[in-house]
Design a protein around this ligand. Sequence first.
Ligand SMILES: [Mg+2]
Length: 594
Amino acid sequence: MARRPTCHALRRTRKKTAGRHWSRATVVPASTPMPSTQPGSPPVALPLSVVHGGAPEGPQSAEARVAEEDALGLLEDVELARLLAAPRERRQAEGARGVFINRNLRLAGVEMVGFDMDYTLAIYHQRRIEQLSFDLTLGRLITAHGYPHEIGLLPYDHTFVIRGLVVDRSHGNLLKLDRFGQVGRAWHGLRTLGHEAWHHLYRNAPVRLRGNRYAWIDTLFALPEAWAYAAIIELLEARGHVLDYGRLYDDVREAIDSVHRDNSLKQAVRRDMARYIYRDPELGPALHRLRSGGKKLFLLTNSHWDYTQAVMSHLLDGLAAEYPTWRNYFDVVITGADKPGFFSDNHTFLELDPTSGEVLGEATSLERWKVYQGGNLGAFEQMAGVSGEKVLYVGDHIYGDILKSRKASLWRTCMVVQELEDEIRYTEGRREEISRLAEVELLRARLDDAVNQHKSLLGTLERRLERDQLNETERAELEQQRKAAKMNLERLRRALKGAVTIAETLERDVEAGYNPYWGLLFKEGHENSRFGAQVEQYACLYTSRVSNLLYVSPTQYLRSQRELMPHEQAGATSGKLAPIGSEGPAKGSIRPPL
Ligand SMILES: [Mg+2]
């Protein structure tokens, strides 16, 4: 690599920038006189170095001085720039099918990739499975819990519920929270909650999801229960019933759990697998790409063996000549895993007979072509001989798959959010409206600032006109200035009012276009929704489906876009520190030699 002489370039750069840092670098001697505080003298700002003690300038160690010089050599290397600019052939997925990175991940360091099955490898036809689950649940509520037959006639509204909603069991409301836990939207039955009730219930007390009052709709399979809850409240209250909202929710939960527990739902799915589960032609190639990159694959699902076998066969059997059955893709298969208990409890690993599904006994090793049930994190890592950051786990459940595995282990995580494709395609389709909204919001902030400035100017002029001793000419001139300031202020106020209306209208339109009840999944107003914030906080990666991994090299270094804090966005130099993040050990864990 050609290196250019750098010392003089460095000196040149330092000379140019030296003036910018004087206030940080200047050490004020003890004898420096303090600014004057004589009455009547104009206020003088304290030198920052006096207030905060100042900070040293420039590289502190000899190694850092060399590194800074080397950096210039590297950055100015023409040959290197040419190599990096050369076009490369790379498989491209459309934007909506990207793999999005919250936390840097060096895929080359991952030795095992694990997958959940339902809603992860197996993407369900959402409308059909929700309708099926809803119908079965209503039936169970009538037959097992004594609800009136008329609830059986309720239609299912797919748009009314989205993932991430919260049920208030005490008051029968459905809520959408922002990342701070503030309630952004609230519905009671099929009516928006009135402002007074909203204010009384949620404005002054934080929504705490721990405890019994609130329940979080955090999986796709829970969506029908939210609709059933709201629709039954609407129907029965319209007929004058007084409801125990907590009991109703428990009954709906129990009904939906029972149709899962007794296999009614799964039997219906198995009767017509193609109707309910997509067969993604890119799933096999994506798994193959990971395997050919040297990764071992494992399946870790809560579904039991017979259903797992049926679904996985539907998904993968015969998809590629080199993988005659789905079993060929996986090194370890664990069913009935009881997540999140798998990550926190100490269940025994059992080996199953793959033909009969019967338990053969306790497992002491994990072998290819065998089938296991239950188990726990510690035993898995010990028997698989791989642990911590060498495992990437892909799942759809923010709590059971992602949050719990992140809290209990160092496994890296990838969350499958199948709604992501719709949301990205939708917002891309509304790109112009959204960028106009962003422009108007910036203008609104500037107008707000200008209104305040002009209010203050007008106040000053009015005070001067009232109090100062002025001759006629001075008074006429000031009066002229006051009139101009007042006119400008009025104009700015009108524009601000207009900008607020425009912004609110555009925002409402964009959100309602996606979902008229709840808006966007990942956003709540200006903020991330609580769901969006949880995905951001706990999932290292997120994507709409497993087959999107086909477009990522198994040795790629996935780098996150480093998020800047507001003071860094405002231009603080610290914002330039590692702008695309770092994956190394925690800062300070490696001590420099003394
Ligand atoms: Mg799942």
